[in-house]
Design a protein around this ligand. Structure first.
Ligand SMILES: Cc1ncc(COP(=O)(O)O)c(C=O)c1O
Length: 402
């Protein structure tokens, strides 16, 4: 297998913050993308759980072209009808009541943390604290990286923001012990399925117990659905598998199918914490981003993409499990819908390049977990193609390293 040709001109003036593969993509269609040298790839990564509708979806292209010709940006000094339309949709889908718009996941999470603090201050708690989890990833601003569990993400950025109590996943007894007698807790903040942490789902039972505890203690339940939300698991939001409704739900990634759209969805307990002047962002909710969000959700309904994610995801999960479970070095295949992880017993970052060489885009997260978060339009045939490309790479890697 030949390595992808290096791109002609990688500028030394782009800040060196990513371990990039030496390839540059030029265009895409559906679940396929092509690089500048004309090599085709099947997209198992979807821009890291972003390209809900795949690439160049005709309806999204038409909607954005139309919107660019009308209005891109106006500022939040005025009413924005498309913002109101997207808020109506998100409220209807979530069973919550209000939405604040921003542009990225970390911004949505930053807003959640501000809500948790002000919720406390409004009740006379001067030093509010938020329960967060081992394995969590919430972003790279100073506050959201402090809420994140990964020491590599903390390194070099201290002092971290205080006011977090960290507990293990899926252990309600440990959470109770860690918060016992602490009157400063105002919220519990977690991903329904941890993404960057290695595709670790919170169990349905745990989420239900947590909902009950948040009600009992008057804490905000804040569920980061930035990666696992927007239909990826086969429900609009991954926590809906537990039949619960959070008080605060940050969204981003898949909501605009590639256009930067972030949202903070709030239920009645959190919807009125922010007052005018408490929060804002210039780009949040601008007409171009909102048109992307409205069209993405409409296409998802019209094309049955929740069912597709559930069905094709189950097929992919079963096929990967069949081919890989029992192979020495494979620890587990896990996840839900089109959010899947294959955990190996050793670091396997090199697989991202090897799979790209073979014509498949994937990522490796938490050092040892191969992550698949493809567009939600993935067909069964394309899922089979992922398996056919990926399984030999994993097998060969494990055989070499053994
Ligand atoms: C669960 C979760 N929250 C927050 C973020 C941060 O989102 P962004 O990169 O848009 O700031 C991510 C990004 O990977 C994420 O997976």
């Amino acid at each position: 297998m030949t390595a992808a040709a290096p791109i002609a001109a990688a500028s030394p003036h782009v800040m060196n913050t990513y371990g990039r593969l030496p390839l540059a993509l030029s265009h895409g269609r559906g679940c396929r993308v092509w690089d500048v040298n004309g090599k085709a790839y099947l997209d198992g990564l979807g821009g890291i759980a972003v390209n809900t509708l795949g690439h160049a979806h005709p309806r999204l292209v038409a909607a954005l072209q139309d919107q660019v010709g009308k209005l891109i940006h106006t500022s939040n000094y005025y009413h924005i009808p498309l913002q109101e339309a997207l808020a109506e949709r998100l409220v209807a889908l979530s069973g919550m009541s209000h939405v604040f718009f921003c542009s990225t996941g970390l911004e949505a999470n930053e807003a959640a943390l501000k809500l948790a603090r002000k919720f406390g201050h409004d009740r006379g708690i001067d030093r509010p604290e938020v329960v967060v989890f081992e394995g969590a990833f919430h972003g790279r601003s100073i506050a959201t990286l402090s809420a994140t569990a990964n020491p590599k993400i903390h390194a070099g950025f201290g002092p971290l923001v205080e006011g977090f109590v960290r507990v293990p996943r899926n252990d309600i007894a440990a959470l109770r012990r860690a918060t016992e007698g602490n009157p400063n807790i105002t919220a519990v903040f977690f991903e329904a399925i941890q993404g960057e942490g290695g595709i670790h789902p919170m169990t349905v039972d745990f989420m239900r117990e947590l909902r009950a505890l948040c009600d009992e203690r008057n804490w905000l339940m804040m569920i980061d659905e930035v990666q696992c939300g927007i239909g990826r698991t086969g429900k609009w939001f991954a926590h809906q598998w537990a039949g619960i409704v959070p008080d605060v739900m940050p969204l981003a990634k898949g909501l605009g199918s590639g256009a930067p759209v972030g949202a903070e969805v709030a239920g009645p307990k959190a919807a009125h914490i922010f007052q005018p002047g408490n929060h804002g962002t210039t780009f949040g909710g601008n007409p171009l981003a909102m048109r992307a969000g409205v069209e993405t959700l409409a296409v998802m309904v019209d094309e049955g993409l929740l069912d597709n994610a559930a069905r094709v995801g189950a097929h992919l999960n079963t096929a990967l499990t069949t081919h890989l479970l029992g192979v020495a070095g494979v620890v587990e295949v896990r996840g839900q819908g089109l959010m899947l992880g294959i955990e190996l017993d050793r670091p396997c970052g090199v697989l991202a390049q090897r799979c790209a060489d073979a014509g498949l885009l994937i990522s490796v997260t938490a050092d040892r977990v191969v992550r698949l978060v493809p567009p939600l339009i993935l067909s069964t045939a394309e899922a089979d193609e992922i398996v056919a490309l990926l399984v030999p790479q994993i097998r060969q890697f494990l055989a070499e390293a053994a």
